[in-house]
Design a protein around this ligand. Structure first.
Ligand code: MV4
Length: 447
């Protein structure tokens, strides 16, 4: 096991990793920008190293500064958290080349999944169901026409280097296809320096369901069930649930078995998430995330597992030590992302937190690096807390979340807490009856 880990991140996820390290008896090194001198992760870590000015590209994305910090402090491993360098294959490779351990998958698997065409081709080969579409990269507009005619309109042209909603163009009919093809390629070239594109049938009202998996270095892979992340706005998730209100335990077992078999054959290591679109009872793989995700706590609550502890153990070369049948699902969990944003316009609202009083009580968890008097800097993501509840049933989880949101006091800055309260009292949400389009329609309605 490692004796010292550097945490290459900030905010609540830096604290989350720090806490797992403490429980494992591992010393921690925080890194921070000059804007984060007063940040909680700096205060709580055993050591802290300033790695640059406020802009992320000069600090939290500064590979040389982070590696220097690891070297001078004698850290043996680096946990990247989410965002920043977490899915940068070159970073993972450089960390390992310096004799340190990257806490995550291999650089090869990160690279493979970063190319959405390779990711899909690999998954298809391993028996994971896909959205109907092109067999790999489209080589010409003529080929795009043939595939689109075969799968039927509307279709999407997606960038191989895209993901998370970037570089997608829809063609409603054959008349739109040439424009979509040209625009998708031009945008992909400009944004990613790679104009490879592929085509998929457009699914009009899917849910976004993702599956959490863990693999050790010896071919053992297990899954921890699904999260329903359909409640999003402009590709920013706002509320997540485990399990999905749309799935039965049998459907979960089936997709879980397909996915774990595939990842075991790949030799996938550490944490990963398979993203699916789910519509009319069908799972269609779209992308894989090779990192710990923001919404991992809902899985932790229903499976009673510490996913960060597991990531560290596995990166240190330990075996999983359990099999799929040892993993059980208990109750229901919901996470509300609390962003420092205007709840109507979604404009970021950085500033000083005048009063911070988080909720508590049975089944309530708050992952946050906030404190009274903290100044939310304007340079980074606006998420300031995650409020997670766990209860025996979804109905009780909703009631518990409503109670916890009522207790939550954040003064001095605007937050999306009022929006969460409106969502939780909505009858359609309460029925679990929503798709990826629901939140955008909900927030457009007057209230
Ligand atoms: C799709 C789709 C409909 N049909 N693919 C957007 C982000 C990227 N992860 C994939 N995305 C989508 N791919 C097909 N064939 C709709 C989306 C999509 C979406 C997916 C997941 C979560 C939120 C979304 C919001 C808009 C569109």
């Amino acid at each position: 096991m490692f004796s010292k880990i550097l945490i290459a991140n900030r905010g609540e996820i830096a604290l989350r990793i720090l806490r797992a390290c403490r429980e494992l008896g591992i010393k921690t090194v925080a890194v921070h920008s000059t804007a984060d001198e007063d940040a909680m992760h700096v205060r709580l870590a055993d050591e802290a190293v300033c790695i640059g000015p406020p802009a992320s590209r000069d600090s939290y994305l500064n590979v040389a500064a982070i590696l220097s910090a690891a070297t001078i402090t004698g850290a043996e491993a680096i946990h990247p958290g989410y965002g920043f360098l977490s899915e940068n294959a070159d970073f993972a490779e450089t960390v390992e080349a310096h004799g340190l351990t990257f806490i995550g998958p291999t650089a090869e698997h990160i690279r493979m999944m970063g190319d959405k065409i390779t990711a899909k081709t690999t998954m298809q080969m391993l028996g994971v169901p896909l959205v109907p579409g092109s067999d790999g990269e489209l080589t010409s507009l003529e080929e795009a026409r043939e595939v689109a005619d075969k799968v039927g309109y509307p279709v999407l042209i997606k960038a191989a280097a895209g993901g998370g909603g970037r570089g997608m163009k829809v063609a409603q009919t054959a008349d739109d296809l040439e424009d979509a093809w040209k625009m998708a390629r031009a945008e992909a070239r400009a944004a990613f320096g790679n104009d490879a594109v592929y085509l998929e049938k457009y699914m009009d009202r899917p849910r976004h369901i993702e599956l959490q998996i863990l693999g050790d270095n010896y071919g053992n892979v297990v899954h921890f069930g699904e999260r329903d992340c359909s409640l999003q706005r402009r590709h920013q998730k706002l509320l997540e649930e485990a399990g999905s209100p749309a799935l039965t335990p049998e459907q979960r077992d089936a997709i879980g078995q397909t996915a774990t078999q595939a990842l075991s054959k790949m030799g996938y290591r550490n944490a990963g998430t398979l993203e699916f679109l789910y519509q009319d009872g069908q799972f269609c793989f779209i992308e894989m995330n090779t990192r710990l995700q923001v919404e991992h706590p809902v899985t932790e609550m229903v499976c009673d597992v510490d996913l960060v502890r597991e990531q560290i153990r596995l990166a240190a070369g330990e075996q999983l030590g359990y099999t799929q049948k040892d993993i059980s699902f208990s109750g229901h969990a919901i996470e509300c992302r609390i962003n420092a944003e205007d709840p109507d316009s979604f404009t970021p609202c950085p500033g000083t937190v005048a009063v911070y009083h988080p909720p508590g009580g049975l089944g309530v968890r708050v992952d946050s690096a906030l404190y009274t008097g903290y100044r939310v800097p304007p340079f980074y993501d606006s998420m300031i807390a995650k409020l997670i509840v766990h209860a025996p049933t979804r109905e009780q989880a909703i009631a518990r979340m409503q109670r916890a949101l009522d207790e939550f006091v954040v003064e001095g800055i605007k937050t999306v807490i009022p929006l969460h309260r409106r969502i939780l009292e909505d009858p359609e949400f309460q029925k679990g009856d929503y798709t990826i389009h629901w939140l955008e329609q909900f927030t457009a309605k007057p209230h």
